[in-house]
Each structure stands twice: as structure tokens, then as C-alpha cells.
Ligand binder design. Sequence first.
Ligand code: TXA
Ligand code: MG
Length: 333
Amino acid sequence: MTKIVKSDNLDEAAQCLKCGGTVIFPTETVYGLGADALNEDAVKKIYAAKGRPSDNPLIVHIADTDNLLKIVKTVPPDAQKLIDAFWPGPLTMIFKKCDAVPRIVTANLDTVAVRFPSNKTAQNLIKKSGVFVAAPSANLSGSPSPTVFKHVCDDMMGRVDFIIDGGECSVGIESTVLDVSQEEFKILRPGYVTFDDIRKYTDRIKSDYVDIKGVKTPKCPGMKYTHYSPKADVFVVMGKEGGCKKYIDSVLENKNKRIGVLSYKNTKYENADYVIDAGDDMKNYAYVLYEALREFDENGIDVIYAQLEDESGIGVAVKNRIFKSAGYKIIKV
Ligand code: TXA
Ligand code: MG
């Protein structure tokens, strides 16, 4: 049975983590499904609860940097600069791992992903538990990550020991994943912390993440799986407002299915069955995206058209997530 608790009542959930149980907790990005990272049996429960393939490694969450060297071999000086600048916050870094980290956490890689979330509930839970907390996003494998409490319950009731109700996640998409284990630092998954943000602190990063279908990223094994997909079929319509409106309106005129539109900058789609506006900038788009994809499903939408502009900064991360949700069905206008 799954027990639900509020953010100000964490003792039992922390105890559960310490004893090898599973706890879903809010972070600033998306909800995470946590277990003791150094306890193999506990980590197995994560993969089972999500239905996640075990060749997709997990992020280890910490709430202070004191014991970092218990799980990572070294912290390169430029990575330390990034720690000072961005932790706690939505930046995950990949380091060479210590033997203490079981291979089930890292899917047999000799590196480990580490993140120090800024969400206070996450920090309190981790501190109280006294363990390193391995945690993927708390969705069933393949579904959009949950960013609100209700969506966590939809996927995970009965599959974990505890769910902490922490309201809404402020960022809305998963953390930036940056590999700092090699000479050249590389973004493996774009996120809220952008290439330009990182570049201010180190020149060991040379280029931004590029989203190209079919390009394999062997260093980030999880990226090869279908991700972030609602039940509805998703198409991305990419371009300026006028072009997107013209294209989507023409689809709506001839529709024979229930069509939802994820609009941008409040573009109007009078003939759509359901419209959700993603707001005026990419930060807001990120915040809205996953909740919106699930809301379309809840409202019986068959096909979603997502209006998108090609933007840099956090736009790179939004584009990456929508492209994946759409299985790369992209219409450029
Ligand atoms: O914002 C987030 O990062 C959320 C919250 C809960 O912290 N977590 C999250 O976890 O998104 P997950 O498991 O859904 O995504 C982790 C990503 C995967 O793409 C995985 O392949 C990559 O990080 N990853 C983990 N360890 C890695 C490693 N050692 N080397 C390369 N990629 C790694
Ligand atoms: Mg995930």
C-alpha cells in the first residue's frame, strides 16, 4: 500500500528510505522516485515500480557536498566551479564513480550521475534519511514525467511505499545532464541550466546539445528509449506564429478526430477541441509542457499539435522533450 504524506511530515518516509523502501518526492524539476542508492535491493524496486529497462542509469541525489567523494572518484576543478555556481539546482553532473556505487545504479557504466536538488522538501527528505538517494523521474517508463502531485498518483499509486505531496514542480522538465568525466565537458540532456550558463564558468564545454533524430548518444543510454509520450499522437509544428497558425488551422478545418493544440504566445485556435497555452516564453513552455500532455489525454484528445518556435537557451531543452514526445514527427512551416 502507498502512504501519502505532506512536505512537513517527512520522518516516516525518511525512515522508509533508510530501510530500503521507495519514496516519491518533489524536486524543482519533476517528481523523483527514490531509494537508497547504495542498497542494490532497494534500487531494484525503482526499476520494478517504473517498468524501466535496467540499462538506463539513475541519478544519485544528495543534499550536501560533504560526502561527495564517497561516490565520485574526483571532482575536476572546472566541475567544482559549476558546483559552486549551480548547486543546489537543476544541473546533474556525470563523474567517474567509486566502487561503493552499485552497478545497478549506473547500468554498468564506470561513471555516476549526481544531482543536488534545490527543492527544500527533497533536501529535507535526503538529509533526514541519511542516505544517497537514487531517483529517476516518477513516471511509468515512457510517459511524460510528473510535475504535479495528481499525475504522480495516476502512475504510481500502489507501486511505491510513500508519495510526498509537494504540489507543483517549478521548472517542469528534467535537469540538464552534463558529463564532466572527460576532458571535454558535454551536455547529454539539455535542461534549465543552459550551454551559455555553463560556458560562463568553463571553456571545457565547446558546443551546445544538438537534437538530431537517429544520432545515438551512447554515453547517455536512457536517451535511446521512447520518452515523454502521452497516449495521443503528437505533431510538432515549428516556425513563426503566422505560419504555425495557418498550418494548424488548415488541419482543424478538415479534422475527423479530436484535436488538441498546445499553443504558444496565446495564438488562437477556435476550431480545436482543446487548447492549452504554453505562455510567452520557453521558461513557461517548460513549466507547462508535461502537465499539458497529460491533460490532453485526460480530455480524450486523439492528436496533439504543438506550436513551437526554434529558440536557444532553455528552448533547446523544450525542443528536445517535445521532439521525443512526438517521436520526431516535425512539420517545419
Ligand atoms: O531532473 C531530473 O534529473 C529528475 C529528478 C527526479 O531529479 N530525474 C531524472 O531522472 O530525470 P531520469 O532517470 O528520468 O533521467 C536520468 C538521465 C537518463 O537519461 C540517464 O540515461 C542519464 O540521466 N544518466 C544517468 N546516469 C548516467 C551516466 N552515468 N552516464 C550517462 N548518462 C547517465
Ligand atoms: Mg525520466
